[in-house]
Design a protein around this ligand. Structure first.
Ligand code: HEM
Ligand code: CA
Length: 728
């Protein structure tokens, strides 16, 4: 049944519209024929006049809508299949092994229905002859969101029973917010700080300057960014690696072609459906890629804006649980989570190698998330498909596995009555490890990124405990993960490996550890532990508009049989991804964050140096055109931070929401007793590293390079064990 929506979750009050009646939905009685015969060649009518016509009443007639939706569903399903067949011949160097996208993304469910609903929305606008542009997106959305899909097509149709899930986190994140149980759960939409901006007001990427000309192409912008990064000695590469681990915890923009392929290989230059595959052009005088036909990336799967399943403009799906809950380690879907467990004593599966006293992540059964897997050297399995994106990331995962199993063992020792209770041991241990992850994130990681002052402003509270606010939405913000948290400017080219005693082994290139498992299994050189050791000493690249070569121009480099070299570019991807996600430009976020909306490039002077403002002027026609990612990377840093004020504002808001909107946040009243929380606070990150690697000395603040005066090394042998006394 179609029905009207009274209230949206964005809090926009929506008027009822009388013409939408409720009717039964019976797919078999529908025919496929396109039933809208109206002339669309008319000249465009301004919005909202176009929707007040008689024709809009006809179009929004429930049975018309139903037929249209059914038709679009079939079309979309067919196109998805065609695209998969078309790309089947491509070399499959899978970086990502996607968990089968369940319920909400299945055919006739979730992602596909959301996609079809967007197509219906676009069709309605087109049939009404509405004039559309990116600035009208919000108003168009508000109009369309009055129309709700039949419940049979809405995966959120029934509320889950949360009564058994109040103490521990669920794997998906469902039942975290007891009033809005799906909020923040895996396979639901990102939220937005600002309304989307789509060229057609519905789903097409921003492509025009406000002055009328085309926006510069993504790769064209990227090649103007320098590849001569400088080091920032105030943080180390473990800070960078932890950051990547953390963003993979909160976000996976699930590709629409979720057949287990990389952003590189899941679309081809000949892809026909540009809604499904973005094709990035490369100019013939490109300094690194001349001769390469194009770069491609699959679109992000779609999701309904909220749990109402209405028509509306395009929104994207987060495949992972939004909360900071160690989902990289434990999984974001039930199936993955179960597969990662050993099935006894609360343990997680691991692999044991003769060359290390420590365990490493288990191999994937049929995994292809790395490019060099063999029978004895398998890609790693984990809760997030990007675990092998680089070996440092795999190392951080190994640490959490080791700590989990160590703690589960301790827990069984102090609670012999739980001996055979796999579930209790798993849940109790997981609750402590996720608490530690949150503590390290908020107390150590975030203050380095946005500075202590901004961290306090957005996430600070006094006293031992903090308080949950069920009205805060613990949902990942599209702008945060599509731009602000894409800290690729910090990513180095060279990675040091060292021995447990911190003796240099060698330095390896990012492309040697990117999607490759070889060095993780390099027993002679201590596997992942030697990279973790190196990360403590390596500086990161500074937060600016310089990007390391490997990630900028040589990402996922492959050579085909015919000798053709194919490369990708994270900067170009980030720009194009944000346009695909309808993220407005930098200027709009300046205003949101309390700065003046610039009308001339000189107005950027309050957030960046004149040279950077001039640089942006040389790329773009108008300040409104500047892409968020590019604008942010040109900002001066906030006090004590690595990012600029607009970045810090978006990131601060994100971490505030993921704290106060997370009912199970470790610091909130009721989660742990004061004694337990004190034990968690006392378990320092340096001792965590000591207990989860073979490294012998770690600095007091492990996210900063060791320094005799300001950040001295401590001996691991002196680290106290985690204090389990208050769990007895
Ligand atoms: C070590 C090297 C890294 C490589 C090779 C890498 C590569 C990538 C790639 C290929 C994507 C997918 C882009 C797309 O299709 O839109 C991505 C997404 C992303 N990256 Fe990185 N990245 C690295 C490190 C980092 C770090 C250090 C951070 C932040 C601290 C970061 C933050 C992100 C974020 C937030 C996303 C979006 C994730 C999502 O929502 O799905 N990355 N990265
Ligand atoms: Ca998560």
């Amino acid at each position: 049944q179609w029905s009207t929506v009274q209230q949206t979750q964005r809090g926009l009050p929506v008027q009822q519209i009388s013409l939408v009646k409720t009717i039964g939905f019976t797919p078999n009685t529908l025919n496929n024929r396109f039933i809208l015969q109206n002339d669309i060649s008319r000249s465009r009518i301004p919005f909202p006049q176009c929707i007040s016509s008689e024709q809009s009443q006809v179009l929004l007639n429930p049975s018309t809508l139903q037929k249209l939706l059914h038709q679009k569903l079939q079309e979309e399903e067919r196109k998805l299949k065609q695209e998969r067949v078309r790309n089947d011949g491509l070399k499959n160097n899978d970086i990502m092994d996607f968990d089968a996208i369940q319920l909400r993304a299945d055919a006739l469910n979730g992602a596909l229905v959301a996609r079809a609903a967007t197509k219906v929305s676009a069709e309605i606008m087109s049939q009404l002859g509405c004039e559309t542009n990116s600035t009208l997106t919000e108003r168009i959305d508000r109009f369309l969101r009055r129309v709700r899909l039949p419940p049979s097509l809405c995966a959120f149709n029934t509320n889950p029973d949360c009564s058994g899930f109040t103490r521990f986190r669920t794997i998906t994140g469902v039942c975290n917010n007891l009033e809005r149980p799906y909020e923040g759960s895996s396979q639901t939409a990102y939220t937005r700080l600002l309304p989307a901006a789509y060229d057609d007001g519905i789903s097409k990427p921003r492509s025009r300057s406000v002055l009328g000309g085309p926006l510069p192409a993504c790769r064209q912008i990227s090649v103007t960014m320098s590849s001569k990064p400088v080091f920032d000695t105030s943080f180390n590469n473990l800070f960078v690696g932890y950051g990547q681990f953390l963003v993979h915890d909160i976000s996976l923009a699930t590709p629409v072609t979720d057949s287990g392929r990389t952003p590189v290989s899941s679309c081809s230059c000949s892809s026909q459906d540009h809604d499904m595959c973005t094709i990035m052009e490369i100019s013939s005088n490109d300094p690194f890629m001349a001769g390469q036909k194009c770069m491609t990336m699959p679109a992000t799967a779609q999701a309904f804006t909220d749990q109402q399943c209405t028509l509306g403009v395009k929104d994207q799906m987060n495949g992972n649980s939004h909360y900071i809950d160690l989902s990289v380690t434990y999984g974001s879907t039930k199936k993955t989570a179960v597969g990662l467990r050993a099935g006894r004593d609360g343990f997680l599966k691991t692999a044991k190698k003769s060359w290390s006293k420590f365990e490493i992540p288990p191999g994937q059964r049929e995994g292809k998330s790395c490019t060099d897997s063999t029978e004895t050297q398998k890609c790693f399995a984990g809760g997030d498909s990007r675990l092998m994106e680089n070996v440092l990331l795999s190392g951080i995962q190994a640490q959490w596995l080791r700590i989990h199993n160590l703690f589960a063992k301790k827990m069984a020792e102090i609670h012999p009555e739980w001996k055979n209770n796999d579930d209790v041991l798993y849940d109790e241990t997981k609750k402590i490890s996720s608490a530690l992850h949150q503590r390290y994130t908020y107390d150590f990681w975030l203050p380095i990124l946005i500075g202590k002052q901004a961290t306090q402003q957005y996430t600070g509270d006094s006293g031992l405990f903090s308080r949950y606010d069920p009205n805060v939405r613990g949902v990942v913000i599209n702008e945060a993960v599509t731009a602000a948290l894409r800290l690729h400017t910090l990513v180095r080219d060279l990675y040091t490996r060292c021995t447990p005693q911190a003796k240099l082994i060698d330095q390896v290139w990012l492309h040697d550890i990117l999607a490759k498992s070889k060095l993780a299994y390099d027993g002679a050189n201590n596997g992942v532990d030697s990279l973790l050791c190196g990360a403590l000493y390596d500086y990161g690249f500074a937060g600016d508009a310089n990007f390391g070569q490997d990630i900028h121009h040589r990402l996922f480099e492959t050579t085909t049989k015919t000798g053709e070299v194919k490369r990708h570019d994270i900067v170009a991807i980030n720009i194009c991804r944000a346009r695909e996600h309808g993220i407005p430009g930098y200027n709009a976020f300046r205003e949101l964050c309390g700065l003046r909306r610039a009308s001339r490039f000189e107005d950027f002077a309050d957030t960046m140096g004149p040279a950077n403002a001039a640089k942006l002027q040389s790329i773009y026609d108008h300040p409104e055109d500047v892409d968020l990612f590019i604008g942010m990377n040109h900002e001066n840093h906030v006090p004590g931070g690595l990012v600029g004020p607009v970045s810090a504002c978006i990131i601060g808001t994100q971490f505030r929401n993921l704290k106060y909107g997370d009912r199970l946040f470790y610091k909130h009243e009721g989660q742990f007793t004061p004694e337990q929380l004190t034990a968690i606070n006392k378990y320092t990150y340096n001792c965590f590293i000591c207990h989860s690697t073979d490294i012998e000395k770690v600095a007091l603040n492990p996210f900063k390079p060791p320094n005799d005066q300001t950040n001295p090394l401590g001996l691991c042998s002196e680290c106290p064990a985690f204090d389990f006394n208050s769990w007895r």
